[in-house]
Design a protein around this ligand. Sequence first.
Ligand SMILES: Nc1ncnc2c1ncn2[C@@H]1O[C@H](COP(=O)(O)OP(=O)(O)OP(=O)(O)O)[C@@H](O)[C@H]1O
Length: 278
Amino acid sequence: MDAIEVRGLRKTYKGHEAVRGIDLTVTRGEVFALLGPNGAGKTTTVEILEGHRRRTDGVARVLGEDPGTAGRAWRARIGVVLQDTDDAADLTVTEMVRHVASLYPGPRPAAEVLDLVGLTDKHKSKIRALSGGQRRRLDVALGIVGRPELLFLDEPTTGFDPAARRQFWDLIRALAAEGTTILLTTHYLEEAEALADRLAVLAGGLIVAEGTPATLGGRADAGAKVAWRENGMLREEQVADPTDLIRQLVKAETDLSTLTVTRPTLEDIYLNLIGAGR
Ligand SMILES: Nc1ncnc2c1ncn2[C@@H]1O[C@H](COP(=O)(O)OP(=O)(O)OP(=O)(O)O)[C@@H](O)[C@H]1O
């Protein structure tokens, strides 16, 4: 059984079709990233799969159940990173983690979770006293404290500094290594590349491409740009495989101290797919 199976999923808000019939399969143990511009329908899709919004049409199965009707036992198998913990701003970090842990049958110890998200030294702080990035780390802690089989992360690293983002990536890799299935939305292409086994690009409520970070949108076949300086002049060639060209340059004793070989980044491919590429 797949972790997530979606067929023909639609969501209409008062005449506006935010999700226009998408198919999606996320297999068990996979890290799957959903990309797309603002308003593409990512949060709508994720919240339908979490059971927090009703779909207008289509079929959805999450851990084998319909998220629109599944009950508490199902909810305990799922980790959700909420956007906002405002209501509990007067609690300390540890109190909040313990409170959420008490809702699950076999939670991780609070200290272990705080260590995993890098909040150990803030465990006695009031939630209201945390910085934006620390709040986000707490959100992640609350999402994983119940040892979920499936974890939904909607833009988890927004507001993280670069070091915190790397630490978060290590955490996601550790959770994936334990077998947790992860559905992630992100606007950071390097994050999708670092973490995702597969990804899909959503634009205007439709999936416009799906693949691995290496193959998405024809990336694997896109070739390489070889550039070097010869007699002070920049030379550039676009080739399918740079091996022959570089061999020729070596044979001709060309100075290759400035040689670069570049391929389209995931961001180049993504911008093309959503129609924003140059
Ligand atoms: N509760 C709502 N009522 C009406 N329209 C909504 C509602 N929630 C979302 N929408 C609309 O549905 C579309 C998709 O929104 P959604 O939040 O799913 O996009 P997103 O891909 O998550 O965007 P972002 O990257 O900005 O978070 C948008 O046009 C949005 O305005």
